[in-house]
Design a protein around this ligand. Structure first.
Ligand SMILES: Cc1cc2nc3c(=O)[nH]c(=O)nc-3n(C[C@H](O)[C@H](O)[C@H](O)COP(=O)(O)OP(=O)(O)OC[C@H]3O[C@@H](n4cnc5c(N)ncnc54)[C@H](O)[C@@H]3O)c2cc1C
Length: 467
């Protein structure tokens, strides 16, 4: 049975018209007057307009070819108001861009206009040694943030598997969680984001300091309701994480280990379970034996003091230790670049016909997985991630899905939902459709307050389109 309308077949509507030549010339003049260099070459605009949407065969045809008409890359936060003012004065839409690693076209401009690349705003501004609270500019790369925090005994609580390439602002505005979600939940959980400085998009832009509650509607809003100019967040005490690869010949034992390990007092930062055929598609760190497809692999980041406990527990769990190394001394690919959507990346690099889904599994997980397997066979490969969701340990599933067509994917989504899975759909364009599907009135109200002309990232906030 197919479920219509789960997947987009056209861009959201209504979208504003692309800027006219006159609007663009006036905007470029204002940018130059503010000491900024407008980016206008075809190569630059192409580079500023794409992200990693190719993982979705649904989004790919919709987003391919969407282009910015002009770009700008400021080096100082003080330049943001002039850019916002120029866009507001000339009615040109404005899309923020961090590192462009999002998977749903979050930073792809759907109506042309200006792309504001924040990669030049990349400073760690403050780290309070007593509390670990840090303040940083949005373009700071997460790997660099991690290094700077580690030098002072701290580390980010949450990181995407794209930690080496993604920016802090892009993660906050476009990401959701990842490494650390086992322990810390997701970015939108209260307590991670402590404050923001934002710039509004108006002829006379305001620079506002928002405390945690007021900042919340801008968290995971795809840059639709304000330009983030500084970000204040909590960090964690740094841990010298140990990487472990465990092997299980029985899927049931591997799944049970994935449920039991997070329910222990072991300090774990990441738990990723890959079923055997998927493990066989992955590259492995130097010194770790390649997977031959015979065993399921459970990847862990664990604090060192827990290792003797784990070793003693493993025979009872039905697993064996295949490889172990400290994360900081890892050679070759680190384990954290085999989990979350890096699993999808590596599988796709072996065969581009794979795409994926993002599900929170019902508890117990086994029956839903078995029912999906019965219907879809080897069109699905299991990739599970341990997460904390609303304070409870859960297993999320990012299955690799063999792409057939829209109808098959919609049928799979419908079946997963009917089995009690919660879907975070990676094949949609709006903030709401990729989340719980409902409009967040606070996000829309923030847009009305900070972007009254609706110029920021047009088309991505469904609540704004449906007002
Ligand atoms: C292989 C792979 C693995 C991934 N793994 C994960 C994962 O583990 N967890 C996860 O959450 N995501 C993951 N992602 C998605 C993505 O990499 C992350 O969400 C990343 O943090 C996005 O950062 P970015 O700098 O690339 O953001 P971009 O893609 O540049 O932007 C993301 C959104 O943020 C907005 N934005 C950027 N800067 C600002 C600003 N200053 N003000 C307002 N809005 C702004 C943009 O407009 C856009 O809507 C993965 C992607 C890939 C390709």
């Amino acid at each position: 049975m197919s479920a219509p309308h789960l997947l987009p077949t056209a861009l959201p509507a209504p979208l504003p018209a692309a800027a006219t030549t006159e609007q663009l010339e006036a905007l470029a003049r204002d940018l130059r007057a503010a000491g900024l260099t407008p980016l206008r070459s075809a190569g630059e605009l192409e580079g500023l307009s794409a992200d990693a949407f190719v993982y979705s065969p649904v989004l790919q045809p919709l987003l391919q070819g969407q282009r910015a008409q002009i770009g700008v890359r400021p080096g100082q936060r003080d330049q943001l108001p002039a850019i916002a003012a120029a866009c507001a004065r000339h009615g040109v839409s404005l899309t923020l861009r961090g590192a462009g690693t999002g998977n749903y076209g979050q930073c792809v401009p759907l109506a042309g206009g200006l792309v504001l690349d924040v990669s030049g705003l990349n400073r760690l501004l403050d780290l309070d040694p007593a509390t670990g609270v840090f303040t940083a500019e949005p373009g700071l790369l997460l790997g660099e943030l991690e290094l700077q925090l580690q030098r002072r005994g701290r580390e980010p609580r949450l990181l995407p598997s794209t930690v080496r390439s993604a920016s802090l602002g892009g993660f906050l505005a476009g990401g959701s969680g990842g490494i650390g979600s086992l322990r810390w939940g997701f970015l939108r959980d209260p307590g991670h984001l402590l404050g923001l400085e934002i710039v509004t998009v108006e002829p006379e832009p305001r620079r506002l300091q928002l405390a945690a509650a007021a900042a919340r509607p801008l968290n995971h809003a795809y840059g639709c309701n304000g330009i983030l100019s500084t970000i204040r967040m909590a960090s964690a005490a740094a841990v010298p994480w140990q990487q472990l690869v465990l092997e299980f010949t029985s899927w049931d034992a591997a799944l049970a280990a994935g449920q039991q390990l997070p329910a222990s007092a072991l300090l774990l930062q990441e738990l990723c379970l890959l079923e055997a055929p998927l493990a066989a598609l992955m590259p492995w760190p130097q010194g770790c034996p390649p997977a031959d497809g015979g065993a399921h692999r459970l990847l862990l980041l664990a604090a060192p003091e827990g290792l003797p406990v784990l070793e003693g527990w493993l025979p009872e769990l039905g697993g064996t230790l295949c490889w172990q190394a400290p994360q900081r001394e890892s050679r070759g690919i680190p384990l954290r670049e085999l989990c979350w959507n890096h699993t999808t990346l590596h599988a796709r690099s072996r065969a581009s016909g794979w795409t994926y889904l993002q599900l929170m599994l019902p508890q117990p997980e086994g029956p839903a997985l078995a029912a999906l397997r019965r219907r879809w066979g080897d069109d699905l490969l299991w990739h599970l991630e341990g997460v904390r969701s609303f304070g409870a340990q859960r297993l999320a599933c990012l299955p690799l899905v063999r792409w057939r067509d829209h109808t098959a994917l919609e049928e799979l989504i419908s079946q997963a939902r009917s089995l009690g899975c919660l879907l975070f759909n990676p094949h949609v364009l709006t903030v709401e459709d990729g989340g719980l599907g409902v409009v967040d009135a606070d996000q829309v109200a923030a847009k009305a307050a900070y972007d009254p002309a609706g110029l920021l990232n047009p088309g991505k906030l469904r609540g704004w389109l449906e007002r």
